[in-house]
Design a protein around this ligand. Sequence first.
Ligand code: ZN
Length: 317
Amino acid sequence: MNSGLLLDDCFKEHRTGAGHPESPARLDTVRHALERAGLIACTTPIAVTEVADRDVLRVHDADYIERIVKTCAAGAPHIDAPDSAICPRSYEIARLAAGSVLTAVAGVMEGRWKNAFCAVRPPGHHAERNRSMGFCLLNNVAIAAEHLIREHGLAKVMILDWDVHHGNGTQHSFEERSDVLYISLHGHPAHVYPGTGYENETGVGPGEEFTLNLPMMPGSGDDAYRTAFDEKVAPLAESFAPEFVLLSAGFDAHRRDPLAPIELENESYAWMTRWVLDLARRHSGGRLVSLLEGGYDMQALGECVALHVGLLQEAST
Ligand SMILES: [Zn+2]
């Protein structure tokens, strides 16, 4: 079996304007890197699919969705904050991103591919129930986790988020629940956007202990991440024993990235990928879908996505 790969030029149609770091060119970089590595030919393409309203409305309020539709139609340059840049087609493209991730998830559940990587934009993990944040419109990974629970009947879904920014929207979607384990490693909120994800945010009520935040101080690198995985991530993930693993794969904790002060190397993304694939192999029958979040240095993004997808494909065969 192969890995599934979602890579389509339609996701370049979400236009964010000159100079915005979350640019359509990021997907050209991903495509060229995967082509060079021979990974487009050997993976199975995933069809672009529009998300159903019911999937969106499990995670987002109807009046927020109406607001996005109107704001895009009005030709506004951004929604909620200047960094969430939009164009008239942005909502349409965001619906295709979320829906295509659900197709990736369904393909794993049905055994069409063992795991999948989704090179989507706009990204999703900052998007809250009722507002856009940090370049994100719809919370793709939260929509996927809800879909797995409601439509596929799963009881335990894990979301690992190694984007350098805390996935506030994802945490808030599930922090009161015990069926979704959310684990995030990110730059310390005192120094890095969005200013949430302190270690003492561990879940609420029945969700207590089902949120794990591991803030990293500026200058942290591979050693700090390895220690965090060994001492904190592994024990919790092992005891949770997920039936499906979703990965918010940002590549902006790389030392070359311009948006945050964390110092991971290419090899860090390789071992973290091996680690999460091994967890999925032992607990979820290898079922894993990885979604692109951030990553703004073009060289680091291309190299790390190629390593990441290469390891996903290797684990599929
Ligand atoms: Zn990020």
